[in-house]
Ligand binder design. Structure first.
Ligand code: GRF
Length: 219
């Protein structure tokens, strides 16, 4: 007897490499989640092609169809997600800031991947800012979403070293590889009921808070 898989809704705006990592993870028979819907706010997002190639239902809800009316835009997204039976919403490079209404209506069922070790480097251009700050370690975070930007209980983090000679692109590439391992790991923790929100924290049953440890610092 197989138990039901957690139904994911993945929200994208572009390239969709994290979506691809989730698609690949979900292809494994023992992975405890499946993608029920990929939703993009951009019709030309490459991630839509990745989803279609994998036979996953896609939908486009363009913010441009709701000029000046964010509540209507979000209500349309919300309706598509609920129609598809989505149980956990995964933001994967979704480039619109969500309102408190949307975030609260999916409270503890909405996660994001961010390319930094939060709470450092919220917002954009995280890799260039990390380099400019001189941090020796950088990485990525999967967290439950709260109304404040890039805020919320941390499910999992992966750290990577900043190496001599790194520019923002090189560092971004190293972080992105770690993102592709971290996001499926975090989804698995949630789908298996092993990641429980407790106030501002996520308690991990039987487990480490960090997935990828640091890769051999160069000294
Ligand atoms: C990733 O770096 C993710 O952390 C950030 O946006 C980027 C999306 O990349 N939120 P992709 O579309 O998944 O390739």
């Amino acid at each position: 007897m197989t138990s039901a898989k957690l139904k994911l809704g993945v929200l994208i705006s572009g390239r969709g490499s994290n979506l691809q990592a989730l698609i690949d993870a979900c292809a494994a028979p023992d992975f405890p989640a499946e993608i029920a819907l990929v939703l993009s706010n951009k019709a030309d997002a490459y991630g839509l092609e990745r989803a279609a190639a994998a036979g996953i239902p896609t939908t486009v809800v363009s913010h441009r169809d709701f000029p000046g009316d964010k509540p209507a835009f979000e209500a349309a997204m919300d309706a598509r997600l609920r129609e598809a039976g989505v149980e956990l919403v995964c933001l994967a490079g979704f480039m619109r800031i969500l309102s408190e209404w949307f975030v609260e209506s999916w409270r503890d069922r909405l996660i994001n991947i961010h390319p930094s070790l939060l709470p450092s480097f919220k917002g954009l251009d995280t890799h260039a800012r990390a380099l400019a700050t001189g941090v020796r370690f950088h990485g990525c975070t999967v967290h439950f979403v709260r109304p404040a930007m890039d805020d919320g209980p941390i499910v999992a983090q992966a750290a990577v070293p900043v190496l001599p000679g790194d520019d923002a692109d090189a560092l971004a590439g190293r972080v992105l590889e770690s993102e592709h391992r971290l996001y499926p790991h975090a989804v698995r923790l949630i789908a298996e009921g092993r990641a429980r929100v407790d106030g501002d924290l996520v308690r991990i049953e039987g487990g480490g808070l960090v997935l990828d440890s640091v890769v051999n610092p160069p000294f």
